[in-house]
Design a protein around this ligand. Structure first.
Ligand SMILES: Nc1ncnc2c1ncn2[C@@H]1O[C@H](COP(=O)(O)OP(=O)(O)OP(=O)(O)O)[C@@H](O)[C@H]1O
Length: 249
């Protein structure tokens, strides 16, 4: 298996507050990898560090063979073309309609003619199960599930090798959440991107992730598959898994 993201000896501090204390994880190409942990354990911070939005760390983060602290501007742009991001609350631009929200990414990172941008944006929208007419709606008129799908369509705009998802099912009702899990699995089997997601959703953890890490008390206390976690004798891992196992029973 080929490594696509390597985190080594990473320490994150905000002032005196240590969020990650010398943590290391490895994400392999093509897997669906979860960053798990209690609230405030630094999951989103780790994801934000990987996508160059947070820089308060020491140690190594290597993505597709590149140390992300040593990128030239050109390399940074090239690397960003390889990934799509779905932020926790969808984070669509409220003043733009759905089509424009997806198109901005294509306009920023490609030289495609406008007609092709529109066709591509609509095809991404359809991939996420939304109808073409949704393209002309404003985000405020969409349901929570539709916002997530539209935001996922935007994340898919550049056919990313890497898809970063921050709490993809949070805020969704159970039916929409499970439908979103299925969509992620379907898109993954179609395009085989590496998916890195922050989640605390027990069903997603048990049914969608290939491997995951668990952050507790600033450390990575576990990295591996769900079955391996269930078999772990580590007290912290067992305590973390208990409510998840009860929920999925
Ligand atoms: N830019 C920042 N400046 C100062 N503190 C920060 C910053 N970003 C995050 N933190 C702190 O780092 C800690 C970890 O935050 P983070 O959002 O990564 O946790 P999380 O595990 O994703 O939590 P949740 O599950 O609640 O979203 C929190 O105590 C948070 O307040």
């Amino acid at each position: 298996m080929k490594e696509i993201i390597k985190v080594r000896n990473l320490t994150t501090k905000f002032g005196q507050k240590v969020v990650h204390d010398n943590i290391s994880i490895t994400i392999y190409e093509g897997e669906i990898y979860g960053i798990l942990g209690a609230s405030g354990s630094g999951k989103s911070t780790l994801l934000r560090e990987m996508i160059l939005l947070e820089h308060s760390f020491k140690g190594l983060i290597e993505i597709m063979g590149k140390d992300i602290t040593k990128l030239s501007l050109k390399e940074e742009i090239e690397l960003k073309k390889n990934w799509g991001v779905l932020f926790q609350f969808g984070a669509l631009f409220s003043s733009l309609n759905v089509l424009e929200n997806i198109s901005v990414v294509l306009e920023e990172y490609t030289d495609l003619p406008e007609e092709f941008i529109i066709k591509t944006a609509i095809s991404k929208l359809k991939l996420t199960g939304l109808k073409e007419e949704v393209a002309y709606q404003m985000p405020k008129n969409l349901s929570g599930g539709m916002v997530k799908r539209a935001a996922l369509a935007r994340a898919l705009a550049l056919d990313p090798k890497l898809l970063f998802l921050d709490e993809p099912t949070s805020g969704l009702d159970p039916v929409s959440a499970r439908a979103f899990d299925s969509l992620i699995k379907e898109l993954h089997s179609l395009f085989k991107p590496t998916v890195v997601m922050v989640t605390h959703d027990p069903q997603t953890i048990a049914n969608v992730l290939d491997r995951f890490c668990i952050l507790i008390d600033k450390k990575v206390v576990f990295e591996g598959t769900f079955d391996e976690a269930v078999k772990s004798t580590d007290k912290k891992v067992q305590k973390f898994l208990k409510p998840i196992l009860m929920e999925i029973e």
